[in-house]
Design a protein around this ligand. Sequence first.
Ligand SMILES: [Fe+2]
Ligand SMILES: [Zn+2]
Length: 499
Amino acid sequence: MAHDYVTTVSRPRDNRARTDPRRCKECAKSLGGKLGAVGDLATPVTYGNCVLESERRIKRDRPALAIVEGSGEAWGGRRAFPECCGGGGGVVRCVATTLTRRQEATRVMPGAGAGELSGCVNGVREVEVQWGDGGRSSYPHVWLRENCQCSQCFNPSAIARLFLMEDLSIDIQPKHVEVAGGDLVVVWDDGHTSRFSGPWLLQRSFTPEAREEQRSRYKLPMVPWGSDLDVPLVGYRAAMEEDAALLEWAVLMERYGVVQVHSAPPQVGVINRFIERVAFIKPTHYGRDYDLITHLSRSTINLAYTGSKLGLHTDLPYCQDAPGTTWLHCIRQHEGQGGDNDLSDGVAAAEELRQRYPHHFNALVTMPIYFQDKGYHLYQFDKIARRATIALASTGEVEQIYLSSQSRDSLMDLDSDQVYRFYAALKVFGDILRERSVRVKMKPGEILVIDNTRVLHGRQPFQTSMSSGTRHVHNSYVDMDEVRSKRRVLQDKLGVSFP
Ligand SMILES: [Fe+2]
Ligand SMILES: [Zn+2]
């Protein structure tokens, strides 16, 4: 059994720190720690020495975000608890990360000792530096020259390079290298001199470990999920008022691709205020935001305005730059059966497709199809995008999903003998998506925020009638860039890192 865990539970029910002197029945270790409130996020507190007890607390307090430091373990959704922690199955939301006060030695502010240069050696194509702690790093000559930080070569206020590729010689060589005044000083063969501070160099080290850390600042790793997911929750008021809670929301968005914001006022415009706290709305040809109010007539510009079943889909795949996140705010829910939302992790489903049916996966990666939307809303529009269902990153990982039965065009730019191949693959992918899906029925005031090119959403059908009232969902979009940007801004502001 693992011990020595530190847990931060960011939002206990009463939102106050408390102590609990009980002991874990299984490992008999003292549990003298306290729960951290939201304000303590940047200062994790010792919560207990038993991971089982930590899990029990997480289950009991149902925090939006719980971090088990040092575990390296990811879990989400329902989890069976051992007998010593109360037994049974519980709801755990745990983000697989360590969230600590940013050490002075981390990438932003290397501190005492970190990044201290003790010497350097010029090589054939690289300069090797030695660090005060005995470590070594190498920097290619061409990279050092291009990234000269002098005022001729770099504008620090714009954080922008002035030096142009046309002035760079790929084979440039240093005439002399030395460590002076704590900096690496390079005198080039053309007489130009560059100075680099140790912390600046350390932050840009080419070692695998440093590059992995840089990558996690770029994007937090996704946590793949399936039908056992309990959709992560964040409270509206906390996210609106506390930076730590908004950071939790952004972290959960990157990791899970869906967050349910609870206890928001069921009024049109509430998501706009939330979005303004993050960044700005992404307008579309439906406007900045719009109301999905059920129409009783069949004549409609969009199926979303009807009570028809909407299969799992991503929004606006007919836009070359489809919105990164879609926001569904329940103003009024259908009171009878139906109106639930289905959600499925499309990236995880695509990875499952790759493992189980590589030929189908290959078809959906390589066969572009058309998506279309045409009509009049604020103005006459005619949108078309041609793209594959599964988009890969340059690293080969599944990056984005574009799927919508509603707006996939009947016009197909494929040889006719390829059409069956496409349908067979899409059919199997659809089955996997449904098998892996979860269903939630939003209550008025609840908001689903969805990573639109990762997590597919659908809607169960419902009977529309005057007597049952109209279902009303308010919808907006924000680019995922803005979610990641806000996460980085807040993690720097609050001094937390996600190694
Ligand atoms: Fe949709
Ligand atoms: Zn320079």
